[in-house]
Design a protein around this ligand. Structure first.
Ligand code: SDX
Length: 430
């Protein structure tokens, strides 16, 4: 990066010139790296609403245009013409693969889909009613206890093997977490199935009979994976980068990302959104919930609505809405009451000045739960599916960070408002 411009800061009767860098897309950034050393002050940005945390070339979001690019390719084109594993290759290596490169990548992923047989015992230590996200955090973190040959982050080959292992094994782990929660036997992956079909089969097949998903369902599952693959420096990706900045092994970093994604303000919103739509139940109750969402004294928010970056439609929500219609038509549930409530809620909210003024639109989580519910997944599996998909984004961003010569351990400072120095008082005198 070259600083072509400078920003002037005047503070405490002193002037400072700060370098300004121009990106290939998006806003300029002011480099404050040396600010504390020169001016003795910190900047303050608790939710990182105006802070660039890293240099990246993977994903670009234009929140005003509602645009999402992966290595420059628009998400709607990738969702329509590509597939999840090809998007994985693009995110990891920066370019769309040739047919030979794609075949090699698919073979490498396919051959890593099984997990160490002894890890099956690890699942059995959980209660059956544990949330699958709790199981996934535990099992993924435990992978560093089973795959010692791919935990050295300083070895490029081990980083590559760990990356492939994570992408390959996440669907198997998520499906096992689901099977364990419903008391059914684990279903092993099969090498003759594509990524999405393999996942659906591991979730819904039983030893008593085979399960062959309709190609429309496999395509919809693959598209859901594609739509959730990466999203710039969101909370869980920033968590993975921060964990990785200390030199933690990749499995521990991904486990940290899963834990962060679980929150209802982030990846947990798809589960919270479907539960909200079910609670609303019928179209006539929508005004009551719209009023609650607008009431400052009511903590209720419309789940699946709003976004830190998108101040226009989330482009993923548009594709998801089309996919919802397709899947529900196929399953003959096009009159699904939850979908009717969702569509009417979206319509009413977007006509309401509160949401328009605050630029609150449906996000990726608004329709995804309706599709997953129609496919037969319980709401508790919605965020695990998000985690399966986002693993490639976390891994790509983690690798990019490790390859950045300027990368250092992340260690923010603070605005301290606690007690100033005071002497200890013995308990007899308090
Ligand atoms: C994801 O970062 C990413 O990229 C995330 C993600 C990804 O792919 O990784 O896109 C995935 O996490 C999508 C978001 C899923 N979360 C939800 O759907 C939960 C509901 N949404 C909100 O909690 C909220 O919109 C956030 C958390 C998504 C964004 O919050 P911000 O950017 O911190 O915005 P804010 O809380 O400051 O809200 C701004 C205003 C506030 O009103 P005022 O204080 O200005 O009067 O908008 C209001 C908020 O009260 N508001 C909402 C609202 N979201 C924001 N009011 C009602 N319903 C909502 N959903």
């Amino acid at each position: 990066m070259t600083d072509t411009k400078t920003a002037k800061l005047s503070i405490n009767d002193r002037d400072f010139d700060l370098p300004v860098y121009s990106p290939t897309a998006g806003p300029d950034v002011i480099d404050i790296t040396k600010l504390y050393g020169q001016a003795g002050v910190f900047t303050h940005d608790p939710g990182f609403t105006s802070t660039s945390s890293c240099v990246s070339q993977i994903t670009f979001i234009d929140g005003d245009k509602g645009e999402l690019l992966h290595r420059g390719y628009p998400i709607d084109q990738l969702a329509k013409d590509s597939n999840y594993l090809e998007v994985c290759y693009l995110l990891l290596y920066g370019e769309l693969p040739t047919a030979t490169e794609m075949a090699d990548f698919e073979t490498r992923v396919t051959r890593h889909t099984m997990i160490h047989e002894q890890m099956h015992n690890f699942f059995r230590g959980f209660r059956r009613d544990a949330h699958p996200m709790a199981t996934m955090v535990g099992v993924v973190g435990a992978m560093s206890a089973f795959y010692h040959d791919s935990t050295d982050i300083n070895d490029p080959w081990q980083r590559e093997v760990a990356s492939i292992r994570m992408i390959a094994k996440m669907p198997t782990i998520a499906a096992m977490a689901y099977k364990y929660s419903i008391g059914q036997p684990f279903v092993y992956p099969r090498n003759d199935l594509d990524y999405a079909t393999n996942f659906l089969r591991m979730c819904f097949a039983v030893p008593a009979e085979e399960y062959v998903p309709d190609p429309v369902l496999s395509r919809a599952m693959d598209r859901i994976f594609t739509l959730h693959a990466d999203h710039e420096q969101n909370a869980s990706t920033s968590t993975v980068r921060l964990a990785g900045s200390s030199g933690a092994n990749p499995f521990a970093c991904i486990a940290a990302g899963i834990a962060c994604l679980w929150g209802p303000a982030h990846g947990g919103a798809n589960q919270a959104c479907l539960e909200m739509l079910r609670e609303i139940g019928t179209v006539d109750r929508i005004p009551e919930y719209i009023a609650r969402a607008k009431d400052k004294n009511d903590p209720f928010r419309l789940m699946g609505f709003g976004h830190r970056v998108y101040k226009n439609f989330d482009p993923r929500a548009k594709v998801m809405k089309e996919s919802a219609d397709e899947v529900l038509d196929l399953l003959g549930v096009e009159n699904n009451p939850t979908l009717q409530v969702a569509k009417e809620l979206e319509k009413i909210a977007l006509e309401d000045s509160y949401f328009a003024d605050k630029k609150l639109y449906p996000n990726v989580d608004f329709y995804s739960g309706i599709i997953l519910d129609a496919m037969g997944f319980p709401t508790s599996m919605f965020t695990p599916i998000f985690a399966v998909s986002r693993t490639v984004g976390w891994i790509a961003q983690w690798k990019e960070m490790l390859n950045d010569p300027a990368a250092k351990i992340g260690r923010p400072r603070q605005l301290y408002t606690g007690p100033t120095k005071r002497d200890y008082v013995n308990i007899a005198k308090r």
